[in-house]
Write a protein that binds this ligand. Structure first.
Ligand code: ATP
Length: 267
């Protein structure tokens, strides 16, 4: 196998008609640099997976895409990140507007200590998306249907979300993200706390959701990246080493570091 060993990102990190674009992103935690000059686009209706060894900056980069790092005082970012051409850091969109359009699902299911219904209704309520209860009922049902959860919970919408299984809770968190009609869904290791059956359900769901949303997913599992994503980005020590079609990354990586990782030589 021919592999390169360059300082430049190998592969097509820009896409035509991108949903989100990131250009020359650097991220620092205090004096320590965690992301080095990363440029990477997220295409319309694509599933982009981000893989790499622990600590390589996958989550940090993902969290830049909806300004989640703003909550960490020592974290500073430079570079440009745009959603449909609007700069998300330089006044194009405020964080509340941004997070309605770019939703996030976390590693550990984190339902609010409220009923199943109220978890899903939370976003539409705070964003003032509905006036009537009937409209809210419809949004809640649609979001739960899209998250493949409706049939399991339709008779117990008023019960606490914390009483659901871990896999159901994670699908509820996906329903909660969907309820405000985002365009992008960010997922930070969404299956790492789940068993294989619940994981398979979430993976099926990702495939369905990609028909309507752009999805960026951080995963530790190369098998999962191979199963769910169209494109894969490989990070190493804060740098974006290689991006390409998922199948190409796993069968014929071009960079030596990608090859070492996917063949299990490190990571
Ligand atoms: N809140 C923080 N404060 C200081 N440093 C941080 C913080 N979060 C992450 N880092 C550092 O930034 C670097 C990248 O971390 P990040 O969590 O983005 O990597 P990752 O690839 O997602 O790792 P993992 O796979 O282990 O979750 C690491 O060196 C990490 O120690």
């Amino acid at each position: 196998m021919f592999t390169e060993n360059t300082e430049q990102t190998v592969g097509k990190f820009k896409v035509d008609n991108a949903k989100m674009t990131a250009d020359n992103v650097d991220v620092f935690y205090g004096d320590k640099q965690a992301i080095f000059d990363v440029s990477l686009d997220l295409g319309q209706n694509e599933v982009l997976s981000m893989i790499g060894p622990s600590g390589c900056g996958k989550s940090t980069f993902l969290r830049c895409l909806n300004r989640m790092n703003d909550t960490i005082e020592i974290c500073k970012m430079t570079g440009d990140i745009k959603l449909e051409g609007l700069d998300i850091y330089k006044g194009g969109l405020n964080p509340v507007q941004l997070r309605a359009r770019v939703g996030m699902v976390f590693q550990k299911p984190n339902p609010f200590p409220k009923s199943i219904y109220d978890n899903v209704a939370y976003g539409p309520r705070i964003h003032g998306l509905v006036n009537r209860r009937s409209e809210l009922d419809e949004i809640v049902q649609t979001a739960l249907e899209k998250a493949s959860l409706w049939n399991e919970v339709k008779d117990r919408l008023d019960q606490p979300a914390t009483g659901m299984s871990g896999g159901q809770q994670q699908r509820l968190c996906i329903a909660r993200a969907i309820a405000v009609s985002p365009e992008v869904i960010l997922m930070d290791e969404p299956c790492s706390a789940l068993d294989p059956i619940a994981t398979a359900k979430i993976e099926e769901l990702i495939a369905e959701l990609s028909q309507n949303y752009s999805i960026a997913i951080v995963t530790h599992s190369m098998q999962q990246a191979a199963r769910v994503s169209n494109r894969t980005a490989y990070f190493h020590l804060g740098k974006l080493i290689e991006v390409g079609k998922t199948q190409d990354i796993f069968t014929s990586p071009r960079h030596k570091l990608t090859e070492d990782y996917i063949t299990g030589r490190f990571g």
